[in-house]
Design a binder for this molecule. Structure first.
Ligand code: SAM
Length: 180
């Protein structure tokens, strides 16, 4: 079993990255991470949109801002994985990473436009999801899916809404609030 996973989104730019950083956070939540930390420009609108999703669809999940990504990552006491197209194929490293993450926290870092070169040295693993350029969202989905052994997170606490899967159409039920 994998312990706690945190996603670090580097270099958020409020205007240019508002959709993609939101998608990084939504993927992080849906695919089993505990929260997302981001650096770059602080963006309260994005934070609120993520917490609105958590409020309706459940958690636990956090989003927080960190101005100094390097200091934070150096101090992080766990496995540090950087997703980059220049890294080692995930198929060759995933078993080892999963094993290490069973007893230690794991932080997975995704970049935006330009990734600082120091990150390659700071990371324990530089991992590629194929050695072709694509997207932080796509890379994160595959990484988390493989890390959790292809199990999707199914239980979200304090959800107000839940989907009842349908062959066609949409069915969403409102969940009762538990009273102590
Ligand atoms: N040119 C940038 C650089 O300096 O690495 C990459 C920009 S890319 C649009 C944004 C992020 O997507 C990267 O920092 C990386 O985290 C992720 N990414 C893109 N392609 C990837 C791949 N093949 N494997 C792993 N991560 C990838």
């Amino acid at each position: 079993m994998v312990a706690k996973v945190i996603v670090f989104r580097l270099g958020h730019r409020k205007e240019r990255d508002k959709r993609i950083s939101t998608h990084v956070a939504l993927v992080a939540r849906a695919f089993g991470a505990s929260g997302v930390i981001y650096s770059g420009e602080k963006d309260e609108v994005m934070e609120k949109s993520i917490m609105d999703v958590v409020e309706r669809w459940g958690g636990p999940f956090f989003i927080s801002y960190e101005r100094n990504w390097k200091r934070w990552l150096k101090a992080f006491n766990g496995v540090k994985v950087h997703l980059t197209m220049y890294g080692m194929p995930f198929q060759q490293r995933m078993n080892r990473i999963r094993e290490e993450a069973s007893s230690r926290k794991l932080c997975v870092v995704v970049g935006s436009e330009k990734v600082p070169s120091e990150l390659y040295r700071l990371a324990d693993y530089n991992i590629a999801i194929g050695n072709q350029p694509h997207s932080e969202v796509g890379a994160l989905v595959v990484f988390l899916y493989e890390l959790f052994d292809r199990n999707l997170k199914e239980e979200f606490e304090r959800a107000k809404l839940k989907i009842l899967p349908q062959e066609r159409g949409k069915k969403v039920v409102k969940l009762e609030e538990k009273t102590e």
